[in-house]
Design a protein around this ligand. Structure first.
Ligand code: KG4
Ligand code: ZN
Length: 349
């Protein structure tokens, strides 16, 4: 089964074609980072306009790259939420139009956060279950107990900022540019330990928290009035990153149970090599699954891959995918809680 995936929840316009939920036939991402860099963060209105300009062209380019005609696609999967509403609307409206053109295709709405897990499954589709799955991105820091491919329970999450968001804000304060995660990682490699003590937050707590850490760095920046040397910035990046990741690794550790043999780490922050290093050190006996770098950050292959499993899960009830009346949603919902303004869906993931 060949599925066209479309992703536009934030500032990346992405389209991909995936066969049977695992074989990526073509995938492209148009990053808007350069556009938003001048504001040090995403300008939602500009993001939506850019999606509108690019989505048609990139879809055409992906189909050409895969050597496929529209008629050879079996279904379309698109991000329904969470994300920036303006951005989501462009992808969803385009996908609805694309699916409606005769011969009509089933249209599968997909939850962006959960789809990140499927970015990891693309590199290891036969991973041992149950597993613990951490989604660590610019918008979410969610830990799931994944019992089966579409059966996961949220066991822990950030009570305030997402981990990636804290990376972006700290990078902005240090004048490192946007997106901040890769810049902090780069600086931290030459940072020295023990120069900037960080507050240890959520030590014995079930959840994650990043706003205190971010505020601590903001305080340091104010007190030093931007007079850090390059070495001090590197030391500060190192200290911030280590504490940010200590929380993640400890959070996973707290939820490990003997039957869990594998751990998935996905989402933009999963691209960080220091995080994978720390995971390997802490969990040497577990099967650690990280997405390939291009499927860590936002992409459409993960949307198409999750769409494949959602489609098959419906059994004989596939008529549901001819419904185009659903709307996008901006906020994250716990697995299986229905999103507002959507028709009842047997299993909204
Ligand atoms: O998954 P993603 O592309 O978008 C969301 O769904 O949010 O994640 C983007 C986030 C940004 O906050 C970015 O700074 C962070 O992932 N990120 C990183 C790295 N690469 C991207 N954070 C730390 N280290 C990295 N190498
Ligand atoms: Zn994402």
């Amino acid at each position: 089964m060949i599925i066209l995936g479309i992703e536009s929840s934030c500032d990346d316009t992405a389209v991909a074609v995936v066969r049977d939920g695992r074989e990526v036939l073509a995938a492209q991402v148009n990053s808007q980072s350069a556009l938003h860099a001048r504001w040090g963060g995403i300008m939602p209105e500009q993001a939506a306009r850019r999606h509108l300009l690019e989505i048609g062209e990139i879809t055409h380019a992906v189909l050409t790259e895969a050597g496929l005609h529209r008629n050879q696609l079996d279904a379309v999967a698109v991000t329904q939420g969470p994300g920036l509403v303006g951005s989501l609307l462009i992808g969803a409206s385009f996908a609805k139009g694309f699916a409606l053109v005769p011969p009509a295709k089933p249209l599968i709405p997909v939850n962006h956060v959960h789809a990140h897990l499927f970015g990891a499954l693309l590199s290891q589709p036969d991973m041992a279950l149950p597993c613990l799955s951490l989604i660590v991105s610019g918008g979410h820091t969610n830990l799931y107990l994944m019992r089966d491919i579409l059966d996961f329970e949220l066991v822990s999450h950030s009570v305030d900022d997402a981990c990636g968001e804290a990376f972006d804000k700290v990078a902005k304060m240090l004048g490192l540019g946007y997106p901040g995660g890769p810049q902090i990682e780069k600086m931290a490699w030459s940072g020295r330990a023990g120069r900037f003590p960080m507050p240890v937050v959520m030590k014995n707590n079930n959840n994650f928290s990043y706003s205190g850490l971010k505020t601590h760095v903001a305080g340091l920046c104010c007190r030093n009035a931007g007079k850090f040397s390059d070495q001090q910035i590197a030391d500060l990046c190192y200290a911030f990153q280590e504490e940010a990741f200590r929380q993640l690794v400890s959070g996973i550790d707290r939820h490990l149970q003997p039957q869990i043999k594998s751990i998935v780490v996905a989402g933009g922050v999963a691209a960080n090599k220091r995080l994978s290093e720390l995971m390997v050190l802490r969990f040497p006996d577990h099967d650690l699954v990280f997405p390939r770098p291009q499927f860590c950050t936002d992409n459409a292959a993960m949307i198409a891959a999750m769409g494949y499993y959602l489609y098959h899960e419906q059994g004989d009830n596939k008529k549901i995918f001819s419904d185009l009346s659903w709307q996008v949603f901006s906020n994250y919902f716990q697995p299986r809680a229905p999103a507002p303004n959507t028709l009842p869906h047997p299993r909204l993931l």
